[in-house]
Ligand binder design. Structure first.
Ligand SMILES: NC(=O)c1ccc[n+]([C@@H]2O[C@H](COP(=O)([O-])OP(=O)(O)OC[C@H]3O[C@@H](n4cnc5c(N)ncnc54)[C@H](O)[C@@H]3O)[C@@H](O)[C@H]2O)c1
Length: 400
C-alpha cells in the first residue's frame, strides 16, 4: 500500500491487504505494465491511459522485439486518440521494454496494474504471476485454451480474491450499456429456457511463414491457427456470445455436443483449427443454448451488435476508478474462466463428436500447451512432410 494513501487515511478503510496497491483518490500515479503488445494490447494501453489522468505506462513486454517497438511507436505518436497525445503518460525507456518468453517476469514487478493481452494460451501463466506479485489485472478473454489452464486460472482467482485484487476480464458486453440495461429488466426477460448465439463472419488474418523462422516462431506469429495458443475461433471469438447467455442465465452449461469442420480454410497456413462449429450447450435446468460460429468468406454474416458506449473504454474507466478510490469491486476471473471452459468444451464436442461434460473436462487435467517455451523448442503440433497440420476428426478424436 502506498504510504501517502495511508497518510490520507479514511478512504482506505477496505483493502488493508499486503501486496495490493490501492490509492487514495488523490493525484498519485498508477503504474501500468502491458504484456502482449499487439493490436489489443495497444488498444488497452490507450484506454487505460485515457481512463484517469494519473495513469502511467511504465513497462512493456512481448515475445517479439519488433512488436514491442511497433506498439511503443504507436502509443507515443502525436495523434493516438482523436488528436490527443498520451506521450506525457508514457514512461517506458528502452530498459523497461522487454522481449522473449520471460519478458512478463521482468515487466510485471514495475506495475500496480497489469494488462494481459497475449494470445490466450499464455494467460494462466501470466495471470498467476500477476496475482503472485499482488497486481490488479485487466486481462483479455479467453483466459486459457485448455481445461488445465482454466483450472490454473480458477486457482489463482482464489488468491486474487484473498488479496482483494481487482480483476476485469475483457468480456466487454458485460460493460456495454444495452446489455446491462436489458440485464436489469428481469421483468421483460423472464426465465430463459432456450437461447441462440452467433458469430458468423469472414474470418481473420493469416501471418504466413517466413524464411528462417523456427517452427515455434512461426506458430507464435501465426497464433490464431494453433489450439495451444488460440483455442480455435469458438473459444477466441465466439466466447463473447456464449458468455452473454451464461451471464443472463447466471449459470454455466453442464454439457456440450455438436458438429463442425473445415470447408474452406484448410491451407498450410491454417494450422489445425476448424472454420465452423455448431454446438448444443445444455444447462442443469434443461435450457439449451444453440451456438453457431463460422469463419468463411461469402455466406450470411451475423454478429449482432449496436453502436453505443465504448465498452472497451468502460472496462478501464471502471477498473481504474475502483483502484484509485481504494475499492475492491471487480472479481471477473471465475466468470471469465468458466465461460472460457464453456467454449473449450464446445470445441472438444465438435472435434470429437462426443458429449463433453463441463465438470469432467474441468477436472480432466487435459493440457495442450508445450512443455518448454523457447524459439527452438518443439511445439505440441507439427506439420507433416507436405506442410499440413493434423486436424481433428469427429469419431476418431477422443478425449474420454
Ligand atoms: N475483447 C475483444 O473484443 C478482443 C479484441 C481483440 C483481441 N482480443 C484478445 O486479445 C488477445 C490478443 O489479441 P490481439 O488481437 O492483440 O493479437 P496480436 O497478435 O495483435 O497481439 C498479441 C501479441 O502478444 C505477443 N505475445 C505472444 N506470446 C507472448 C508471450 N508469451 N509473452 C509476451 N507477448 C506475447 C505477440 O507477439 C503479439 O504482439 C487475444 O486473447 C484476443 O482474443 C480481444
Amino acid at each position: 500500500m502506498k504510504q501517502s494513501a495511508l497518510l490520507a487515511g479514511g478512504l482506505m478503510a477496505a483493502p488493508m491487504i499486503a501486496g495490493a496497491n490501492y490509492f487514495s483518490g488523490s493525484e498519485e500515479i498508477i503504474k501500468v505494465a502491458v504484456i502482449g503488445c499487439g493490436g489489443r494490447g495497444t488498444g488497452a494501453v490507450i484506454q487505460a491511459l485515457l481512463a484517469k489522468k494519473n495513469v502511467r505506462l511504465v513497462a512493456m513486454a512481448d515475445a517479439f522485439k519488433d512488436n514491442v517497438e511497433k506498439c511503443y511507436a504507436t502509443i507515443t505518436s502525436d495523434d493516438v486518440a482523436d488528436g490527443v497525445s498520451l506521450k506525457d503518460r508514457i514512461d517506458v525507456p528502452e530498459e523497461r521494454r522487454f522481449h522473449g518468453f520471460d519478458a512478463y517476469k521482468k515487466a510485471i514487478p514495475f506495475a500496480d496494474v497489469v494488462i494481459l493481452t497475449t494470445p490466450p494460451g499464455f494467460r494462466p501463466i501470466h495471470f498467476e504471476e500477476a496475482v503472485r506479485l499482488g497486481k490488479h489485472v485487466f486481462m483479455e478473454k479467453p483466459v486459457a485454451t485448455d481445461p488445465a489452464g482454466v483450472k490454473r486460472v480458477l486457482e489463482a482467482a482464489e488468491t486474487a480474491r484473498k488479496k482483494k485484487l481487482n480483476v476485469v476480464v475483457g468480456l466487454q458486453r458485460r460493460y456495454q450499456n444495452s446489455y446491462r440495461e436489458l440485464f436489469g429488466r428481469k421483468d421483460l426477460i423472464g426465465d430463459i429456457t432456450s437461447a441462440q448465439v452467433w458469430w458468423n463472419s469472414d474470418g481473420v488474418w493469416v501471418r504466413p511463414r517466413k524464411e528462417g523462422m523456427t517452427e515455434m516462431e512461426y506458430q507464435m506469429r501465426n497464433w490464431y491457427y494453433f489450439n495451444w495458443l488460440c483455442g480455435d475461433h469458438i473459444c477466441e471469438q465466439h466466447i463473447h456470445n456464449i458468455d452473454v447467455v451464461n451471464w443472463f442465465k447466471n449459470d454455466f452449461p453442464v454439457s456440450a455436443q455438436g458438429m463442425g469442420g473445415r470447408e474452406v480454410r484448410k491451407g498450410k497456413d491454417h494450422g489445425e483449427i476448424f472454420d465452423h462449429h455448431y454446438v448444443e450447450f445444455t444447462y442443469a435446468d434443461g435450457t439449451v443454448m444453440n451456438s453457431q460460429c463460422r469463419h468463411i468468406p461469402g455466406p450470411m454474416s451475423k454478429v449482432d451488435e449496436k453502436a453505443e458506449n465504448n465498452p472497451y473504454q468502460e472496462e478501464h474507466n471502471e477498473l481504474f476508478d475502483a483502484i484509485l478510490k481504494g475499492e475492491y469491486r471487480f472479481d471477473d476471473t471465475e466468470i471469465g474462466a468458466k465461460s472460457t471452459l464453456t467454449a473449450i468444451i464446445g470445441r472438444m464436442a465438435t472435434y470429437s463428436g462426443q458429449v463433453i461434460k463441463f465438470e469432467e473436462a474441468l477436472n480432466s487435467g487435459i493440457s495442450i500447451m508445450p512443455e518448454e517455451f523457447s524459439f527452438t523448442a518443439t511445439p505440441p503440433v507439427l506439420p507433416d512432410e507436405n506442410g499440413y497440420y493434423p486436424v481433428a476428426v469427429p469419431g476418431v478424436t477422443k478425449y474420454f
